[in-house]
Design a binder for this molecule. Structure first.
Ligand SMILES: Nc1ncnc2c1ncn2[C@@H]1O[C@H](COP(=O)(O)OP(=O)(O)OP(=O)(O)O)[C@@H](O)[C@H]1O
Ligand SMILES: [Mg+2]
Length: 271
């Protein structure tokens, strides 16, 4: 494979980092075997920046996202969040800090949200857990959040199971925005949705970002999602970042053999 200068993408980054991962190694152990899911991975995300993580299934995208969010302790390397060394902290203060400032949006809202809860309860939950606002303030905030993701206010008392996939992903986004985080990490946020609904959710994520200073890490195997939403892209292959740079540059002039293969598999995007 071609050697690629990984420091190049770092020059294109302007603001102070919100997340900084240095030289991460993550191993999974199963049945006496060790599977190295991250092999010396470094990545930083600036405040307000949108970064894409692309790569084939099993390349380590979700593992990297979860390690950044304080959920998987690396065997080597360091993750800092706003300058704080995450894995040097005890788990409760670590979860508390990240819960106030970094939200996750999952691939399939039907499996990530409790179907029996009402929409209002789902969106209010992070505010309650983080003890943000009074009861009345939380109620007002929930109404404003639903409006900001284009959902009618009367959905607040509807159970989650009664919603469509697109409505549910809007609820997941409203919930993610509740604490006014500095970053949202979205792992395949649209891949469980119909094509027409996918476009609506991508639009919504763009609108939300434009209205506040919000960083974004989007995990996807779909270059179109990454191209639409992000400024910089990291290409993962076999537990490593093999290419890192501006999304436009990677899209128009991929340097790494693997990136070229990945782009070539999406015919509509070839120039
Ligand atoms: N909980 C786990 N236990 C053991 N191995 C795991 C676990 N989670 C992931 N792996 C392995 O680690 C590697 C990276 O997996 P990961 O889920 O990070 O990939 P991914 O890029 O997110 O893939 P996908 O596109 O399918 O979601 C794979 O080889 C996977 O089989
Ligand atoms: Mg994954």
């Amino acid at each position: 494979m071609t050697a690629v200068d990984l420091t190049h993408g770092l020059d294109e980054q302007a603001d102070a980092p919100i997340f900084e991962a240095r030289d991460l190694v993550v191993d999974y152990h199963s049945r006496g075997q060790v599977n190295r899911a991250l092999n010396h991975v470094s990545l930083s995300i600036a405040e307000g920046e949108a970064v894409g993580l692309i790569g084939e299934s099993g390349s380590g995208k979700t593992t990297l996202a979860r390690t950044l969010l304080g959920l998987i302790r690396p065997v080597h390397g360091q993750v800092t969040f706003r300058g704080q060394d995450l894995y040097a902290m005890k788990s409760i203060p670590r979860y508390r800090m990240l819960g106030r400032d970094a939200s996750l949006v999952f691939q399939d809202p039907r499996s990530s949200l409790n179907p029996r809860l009402t929409v209002g309860a789902v969106v209010r939950d992070p505010l309650t857990v983080q003890r943000i606002g009074t009861r009345a303030e939380r109620t007002d905030r929930v109404a404003a959040l639903l409006e900001s993701v284009g959902l009618p206010a009367q959905l607040v008392s509807r159970p989650v199971r009664a919603l469509s996939g697109g409505q549910l992903q809007r609820v997941a986004l409203a919930r993610a925005l509740a604490v006014e985080p500095g970053i949202i990490v979205a792992d395949e946020p649209t891949s469980a949705l119909d094509v027409s609904v996918q476009a609506q959710i991508l639009n919504l994520i763009q609108q939300v970002r434009a209205s506040r200073r919000l960083a974004l890490l989007v995990v996807s195997h779909d270059i179109r999602v990454i191209r639409y939403l992000t400024d910089r892209t990291a290409v993962m292959y076999n537990g490593e970042i093999v290419e890192l740079g501006s999304t436009a540059r990677i899209h128009d002039d991929p340097q790494h053999e693997y990136t070229r293969t990945l782009l070539a598999s999406v015919p509509s995007l070839k120039r």
